[in-house]
Write a protein that binds this ligand. Structure first.
Ligand code: F6P
Length: 357
C-alpha cells in the first residue's frame, strides 16, 4: 500500500492532468494498492491541510483536459521560511500535513519556484518525487518540460494569424510571447511561424539593428514585418543596469510592457504603423497538444515506477531523448537559459531572422 499526496504548484500549463493520470494509471496497473490525497491549490493545500481524497476514477477522462484538477497557486520560495500573517510556520505546517496523513511520499508537479520548495521539503526529510511543468521550458536538468510544446503551438498560431492582417495593412506587428527570463517559447514559436525578428532575454537587442532589419525588408519589397518579442526581452543599454536600477526604470516607463516601448520607437523612426498583440495567458490554456499528452504520460509512468521502488528525491526529466531521474538538489535554484551560441540560433540567423543584436 502506498499513500501518496499530490499537488500542482505555480503557473499552470497544459498536460498537468495528463501527467497525474500517468502516475496514477501506472501505479494502478502495477497492482499496488494506493491511497491518493490531492492537496488543493498547490503548497497552500499542504500548508493549511486542505486536501481531497481522490479515487482512481478522478483521473479518468482528464488526459486531454487543460489546467489542473487540483488547482494551483504561487507560494513564493523567498518567503517560505517566514511565518504567515497568523504566525503559522509554513514549512512545519507542510511537514505536519504529511505526517498526519502518514504519507509515503509527495508527488509535486511544478516549475522553478516549486522545485526549490520541493527540495527544501526533501532536505526536511520528506519523500518527494517531482515532475517538470512549465510553458517556459526553463527548468534545469531536463531538455523539455510539459506544457512547452502546447504553448509553442498556440503562440505559433497567433503569429500565423497576424501575418495576413500585417500584410493587408503593411504594418509592423509585434507579438509578445510569454517568458520573463528565458526565450525558448518565443524562439520556437518565432521560427515556426516565420517571424522576421525574434527578441529574447538571452540576447539583448539594439534598437538600431531592429530598425535596420525592418528597413532592409522594405528594400527587398516586403510590406510588413513580424517581430516576436519575449516578455523579458531587454535592450543592450538596459542589460547593463543592475536589477534594482532596471526595476526602477521600468516603474518610471510610460509603457506597460517592453513591446510597447519597442513599438513606439519603431513608429517614431520609420513612420510605419506598428501594432502590438499580446496573447498572454491564452498560451497556458486549453487542451495539451499530442506531444505533451504523450510526454507527460511517459514522465508520469516513470514517476510511478520511482514511487513503487521507493526511490525518492528525484525529478523525472528528459535528457538526450531518454527519460531520466535527476536529483532534486541538482534542479533546485537553477535556471535553464538559452545559449546565445546554440545551433538553433545560428540556424535561425542563417534563415535571415534578426535577433536585434
Ligand atoms: O511561468 C510561466 C508563466 O506563464 C511565464 O511565462 C509568465 O511570465 C508567468 O508565468 C505569468 O505568471 P502569472 O500567471 O502569475 O501572471
Amino acid at each position: 500500500m502506498k499513500r501518496i499526496g499530490i499537488l500542482t504548484s505555480g503557473g499552470d500549463c497544459q498536460a498537468l492532468n495528463a501527467a497525474m493520470r500517468g502516475v496514477v494509471k501506472s501505479l494502478v496497473f502495477s497492482g499496488e494498492q494506493i491511497e491518493i490525497y490531492g492537496f488543493l491549490n498547490g503548497y497552500q493545500g499542504l500548508i493549511y491541510g486542505n486536501y481531497r481524497m481522490l479515487d482512481v476514477s478522478d483521473f479518468s477522462g482528464i488526459l486531454t483536459r487543460g489546467g489542473t484538477i487540483l488547482g494551483s497557486s504561487r507560494t513564493p520560495f523567498k518567503t517560505i521560511r517566514e511565518p504567515d500573517e497568523k504566525g503559522t510556520d509554513k514549512v512545519e505546517a507542510m511537514k505536519h500535513s504529511y505526517y498526519k496523513l502518514n504519507l509515503d511520499c509527495l508527488l509535486i508537479l511544478g516549475g522553478n519556484g516549486t522545485h526549490k520548495t520541493a527540495n527544501l521539503l526533501r532536505e526536511e526529510g520528506l519523500n518527494v518525487v517531482t515532475l517538470p511543468k512549465t510553458i517556459d521550458n526553463d527548468l534545469w536538468g531536463t531538455d523539455m518540460t510539459f506544457g512547452f510544446q502546447s504553448a509553442v503551438d498556440i503562440a505559433t498560431n497567433v503569429i500565423d494569424n497576424i501575418h495576413t492582417t500585417a500584410d493587408s495593412h503593411s504594418r509592423v506587428f509585434i507579438v509578445e510571447v510569454m517568458g520573463h527570463k528565458v526565450g525558448y517559447l518565443t524562439l520556437n514559436a518565432g521560427i515556426a511561424s516565420g517571424a522576421d525578428i525574434i527578441l529574447i532575454p538571452e540576447i539583448p537587442y539594439d534598437m538600431k539593428k531592429i530598425i535596420k532589419a525592418i528597413e532592409e525588408r522594405k528594400k527587398r519589397g516586403s510590406k510588413f514585418t513580424i517581430i516576436a518579442v519575449a516578455e523579458g526581452a531587454i535592450s543592450k543599454e538596459n542589460a547593463k543596469l543592475s536589477k534594482k536600477e532596471y526595476k526602477k526604470m521600468l516603474e518610471k516607463s510610460p509603457y506597460s510592457t517592453v513591446s510597447y516601448a519597442i513599438a513606439a520607437e519603431i513608429q517614431k523612426v520609420t513612420g510605419q504603423e506598428v501594432r502590438v498583440t499580446i496573447p498572454g495567458h491564452m498560451q497556458r490554456g486549453g487542451s495539451p497538444c499530442p506531444y505533451d499528452r504523450i510526454f507527460a504520460s511517459r514522465l508520469g509512468a516513470e514517476a510511478g515506477k520511482l514511487i513503487l521502488k521507493g526511490e525518492y528525491g528525484f525529478m523525472v526529466g528528459y535528457r538526450n531523448r531518454e527519460i531520466v531521474k535527476v536529483p532534486l538538489d541538482q534542479v533546485a535554484g537553477k535556471l535553464k537559459k538559452l545559449d546565445p551560441d546554440a545551433s538553433i540560433i545560428k540556424e535561425a540567423k542563417m534563415l535571415g531572422i534578426s535577433f536585434g543584436d
